[in-house]
Ligand binder design. Structure first.
Ligand SMILES: *[C@@H]1O[C@H](CO)[C@@H](O)[C@H](O)[C@H]1NC(C)=O
Ligand SMILES: *[C@@H]1O[C@H](CO)[C@@H](O)[C@H](O)[C@H]1NC(C)=O
Ligand SMILES: *[C@@H]1O[C@H](CO)[C@@H](O)[C@H](O)[C@H]1NC(C)=O
Ligand SMILES: *[C@@H]1O[C@H](CO)[C@@H](O)[C@H](O)[C@H]1NC(C)=O
Ligand SMILES: *[C@@H]1O[C@H](CO)[C@@H](O)[C@H](O)[C@H]1NC(C)=O
Ligand SMILES: *[C@@H]1O[C@H](CO)[C@@H](O)[C@H](O)[C@H]1NC(C)=O
Ligand SMILES: *[C@@H]1O[C@H](CO)[C@@H](O)[C@H](O)[C@H]1NC(C)=O
Ligand SMILES: *[C@@H]1O[C@H](CO)[C@@H](O)[C@H](O)[C@H]1NC(C)=O
Length: 821
């Protein structure tokens, strides 16, 4: 604008103001005053420019109206001589006019500068003077000061209401508030925003824990408060228990025996929880982590974790069940049992004692695994019997969660070898009959049962062996019994058969005749018997025959028996013998008649001459002859002598045999050793083996004609004593060796074996003599009845004998001595 206003010295400052909506310079009519309204904002303490047109007017005047008043008061004017500041300007801050303009620059803006500024500007234009009114509304804004947070409770309990206020001293409205929270992790969140400075939480949760601050802002600036910590008190929550090593089952937690098990408890709480552990309701530990080193099966049970908030004095508890797994003892055990009536095998495997139960299964198997009783603690498997081969091996495999390696057991099944075997036997005295059946070596053991031949089953079924006990009865004779045996590996049942039979005895010769003196054998044959039995013999006096070597010899075979009667005697041994056999189902007896025949009577004998050969009357020569024919085997001489005076009343005098065994050809004999004072009578008889002939008549020896030779007689007596001692020694030899020299023995002692004649005891002879005399000899006791046996010319008593050396005990000895042997 190049128009100057120099000519205008005074401008009436009073104008009637017209409001104008236009802000630009819009001159409709050059004579008309233009009104321009401007809004300007300034901030306390800072600077602001209040504009009054783009160019410097020729004349201007700034006025100020305090809000709420209508008075305009001048601040500065310039009528061409430079701006003139009024006193009012000092209260409006550091106010200056920007050079070459009419605009005001206010620095250090005070709050009092707020108000309406009016710039009346006069321009001298070619079209004339022009007047423009600038209405500048200056708003002085106050920046927000630093806010602060007031909280109703900085440690509220979860669930209670909490409010927070954002406090602010200065700041021009409108003011916005923003609530910020920084949680523990440092994450920032805007919680609320608005014109209200209150954050109202009706129910705090732990999630509200964190740093809080508010942010206040207005047109000018924004400010953050310091942060404050909101600590929410809560808990404890329900504790959570973590177990290491972790192993969970449908029934709770599990651990393996001897493991180290750690129980960790976690319960959210502020302040942090205090932990107490309980086992089966008794306190065992204080602390968050309860560790059991080498847990044992007895530690199974309920474990509880109690969490406590000591500030709130609240508590909560969680209980878990912990089961300690432990392996079964030892190894699995296998067995095989028969099943389905002994047609199939039941394989049984058991492994008890562990927890949880061990898993078991069998191999090999003909059935699929799913059919197998794959089970816990014991496993069974049905194996078809007949399709199983002998000596098949089955293995049971066991595993357990507490064991690293699998365990197993094996078992074999065996078919017994061969067939069942049966036999019968009886108890003592044949009271009971036992039928025994066995079939051994099988596994499982076979089943055995007895069936009679009419189809009845007897007794019970037994395994491997079955003994049927029956009361003995002849009704059982002829009956058959079958023992059946069933084994799973055998398709068909096996059997064995018994037939009971009473004994049947036969003899080849029921009449046996022999001559006396010889041995005779009686034979009995057992043609049938079951159960087996032996043959017993009864002699002609119905006495049970025992094996006595002197008289009877028994010879047994299984089916026959021989009884030997030794040296049969016609009177003693003739008669009916019985052989007998008895078993539990009957008995049999067979008689055998034994006839012992005598030999024919030998010829009669007559003594032709009998005479002492000297006057000493100690020896007699006798001669005889036979009359008639007949067999003879020898001669016997008997003597008779007067009895002792005391016995004289007995008129019959007994004959004593003094010499036997005289050869059948002999017809003469010298009798020696006679007592000269005694008057003897002698007789002779012939012998045919055992049969004695008629005796000759008794004769007393006659004295010889006188013919004495004393010297010769003396020598003869001496010789006789020597001969006597020699004879005695020979005699002792014969007695001791009588079994080896029976004939010599018999010769001296006769066929009748008069025991009294053998009563000679030598210590080394004791066994023999006892067995023969059946213990009747007592050492030191008088020997029985020596009288009748003592015969012959010079009987000697033991006192006459020479001592026999080491024989210490006195022994009564009776000896028959014959000087002529
Ligand atoms: C608020 O304003 C007053 C007056 O201007 C001043 O005295 C005070 O210091 C201010 N407060 C803050 C926090 O700025
Ligand atoms: C917070 O809000 C609740 C419910 O709206 C009200 O009862 C309570 O008075 C408020 N607290 C404050 C401090 O305004
Ligand atoms: C806290 O926050 C978590 C996740 O942010 C939420 O699952 C839970 O329910 C909250 N708890 C409360 C009491 O509000
Ligand atoms: C603990 O309780 C369990 C389950 O009732 C029981 O089996 C166990 O024997 C108990 N232990 C003791 C030591 O009482
Ligand atoms: C068992 O088997 C035997 C033959 O081995 C037979 O006699 C018996 O009747 C069977 N028992 C059953 C119950 O099948
Ligand atoms: C079955 O095998 C076993 C062992 O090898 C054997 O002892 C038995 O005799 C056999 N049985 C048969 C019937 O072959
Ligand atoms: C048994 O006696 C018979 C005749 O009685 C005889 O043939 C058989 O040889 C005798 N046996 C024995 C071993 O003596
Ligand atoms: C033998 O003697 C007996 C009796 O003395 C007499 O009976 C018998 O006839 C005699 N025999 C002969 C063959 O003389």
């Amino acid at each position: 604008m190049g128009y100057g206003l120099a000519g205008l010295t005074y401008v009436c400052l009073i104008f009637s103001l017209r409001s104008s909506t236009s802000q630009g310079l819009d001159i409709l009519d050059p004579g008309e005053v233009v009104y321009i309204h401007i809004q300007t904002k300034g901030v306390v303490g800072r600077s602001v420019i209040l504009e009054c047109g783009p160019t410097l007017p020729d004349v201007y005047i700034w006025g100020f109206t305090v809000p709420g008043t209508e008075n305009i008061r001048a601040v500065v004017y310039n009528f061409g001589q430079g701006p003139r500041l009024q006193s009012l300007a000092r209260s409006l801050g550091d106010l200056n006019v920007i050079s070459n303009t009419a605009s005001l620059f206010i620095d250090k803006l005070p709050l009092a500068a707020h108000g309406l500024y009016t710039c009346q500007a006069l321009y001298d234009t070619p079209q004339g003077a022009k007047l423009i009114y600038y209405y500048v509304q200056l708003a002085v804004l106050v920046p927000v000061s630093k806010p602060y947070v007031i909280v109703s409770d900085s440690s509220p309990v979860e669930g209670t209401p909490v409010w927070m206020r954002c406090g602010l001293e200065n700041g021009t409205s409108p003011i916005r508030y923003i609530w910020e929270r920084e949680n523990r992790d440092g994450a920032l969140a805007n919680l609320a925003e608005g014109s209200v400075n209150l954050l109202n939480i009706t129910s705090v949760s732990r999630n509200h824990t964190g740093w809080y601050r508010c942010l206040a802002s207005n047109e000018v600036n924004q400010q953050r408060s310091d942060r404050i910590w909101l600590d929410i008190i809560y808990g404890p929550d329900l504790p959570r228990i973590d177990i290491t090593p972790y192993s969970v089952t449908e029934r709770g937690y599990s651990a393996l025996e001897r493991e180290t098990v750690s129980l960790m408890c976690q319960a959210s709480s502020n302040p942090p929880s205090q932990y107490v552990w309980f086992y089966n309701n008794s306190q065992v530990f204080t602390g968050q982590q309860f560790t059991i080193t080498k847990i044992l099966r007895m530690h199974t049970g309920h474990y509880s974790c109690l969490a406590q908030n000591t500030y709130l004095n609240t508590r909560s508890k969680t209980t878990i069940t912990l089961t300690v797994y432990y392996p079964p003892d030892g190894n699995p055990t296998c067995t095989i049992l028969p099943t389905n009536n002994y047609t199939d095998l039941a394989l049984w495997c058991s492994w008890e004692g562990g927890y949880p139960p061990a898993s078991l299964y069998w191999t090999p198997t003909l059935v699929s695994d799913s059919e197998q009783g794959y089970s816990l603690s014991n496993a069974s498997l049905i194996q078809p019997g007949p399709s199983t081969t002998n000596n098949s091996i089955f293995t049971c495999h066991g595993s357990h969660v507490a064991l690293d390696a699998p365990y197993r057991c094996s078992i074999s099944t065996y078919l017994p070898l061969g067939k069942p075997r049966c036999f019968a036997y009886a108890t003592r005295n044949n009271e009971y009959l036992m039928l025994s059946c066995s079939w051994e070596g099988g596994f499982p053991r076979p089943l055995m049962w007895w069936v009679s031949n009419n189809g009845d089953t007897y007794g019970s079924s037994e395994e491997e062996a079955n003994i049927l006990v029956l009361r003995s009865s002849s009704a059982l004779s002829g009956k058959g019994f079958t023992c059946h045996a069933a084994h799973p590996l055998s398709a068909a049942s096996e059997r064995c058969v018994l037939r009971l039979e009473a004994p049947v005895l036969v003899t080849h010769r029921s009449l046996v005749s022999v001559y006396e003196g010889s041995d005779v054998q009686l034979t009995c044959v057992l043609k049938a018997t079951y159960p087996a039995t032996g043959i017993t013999w009864y002699n002609n006096r119905k006495k049970l025959v025992l094996d006595t070597p002197s008289k009877y010899l028994l010879y047994h075979e299984s089916a026959w028996s021989n009884l030997t009667v030794r040296e049969a005697d016609s009177e003693e041994d003739s008669g009916q013998y019985w052989c007998s056999a008895t078993n539990a189902v009957g008995g049999a007896e067979v008689p055998i008649t034994l006839l012992v025949k005598r030999y024919p009577i030998p010829p009669n004998v007559t003594i032709s001459k009998i005479m002492y050969n000297s006057r000493k009357r100690m020896e007699v020569d006798v001669e005889w002859a036979i009359r008639g024919a007949g067999d003879l085997t020898g001669f016997i001489v008997e003597q008779q002598r007067p009895q002792m005076p005391a016995l004289k009343t007995n008129s019959t005098m007994s004959w004593l045999r003094v010499v036997t065994g005289i050869e059948p050809d002999a017809r003469q004999y010298k009798l020696v050793g006679l007592e000269p004072a005694v008057t003897y009578t002698f007789r002779i008889m012939a012998v045919n083996r055992r049969t004695l002939g008629y005796p000759s008549e008794g004769r007393t020896p006659a004295d010889p004609p006188f013919n004495a030779y004393p010297a010769v007689i003396g020598a003869a007596v001496g010789g006789m004593i020597v001969a006597t001692i020699g004879t005695m020694l020979l005699f002792m030899f014969i007695v001791r060796n009588r079994n080896r020299n029976p004939r010599l023995h018999d010769f001296f002692f006769g066929m009748q074996r008069s025991q009294s004649q053998e009563n000679i005891n030598y210590p080394e002879d004791e066994v023999v003599s006892r067995s023969q005399s059946e213990g009747h000899i007592e050492e030191g006791a008088p020997s029985p009845s020596p009288g009748p046996a003592v015969v012959s010319g010079s009987p000697m008593s033991a006192e006459d004998l020479p001592p026999t050396g080491d024989n210490e005990d006195p022994v009564n000895v009776t000896i028959t001595v014959m000087a002529s042997s």
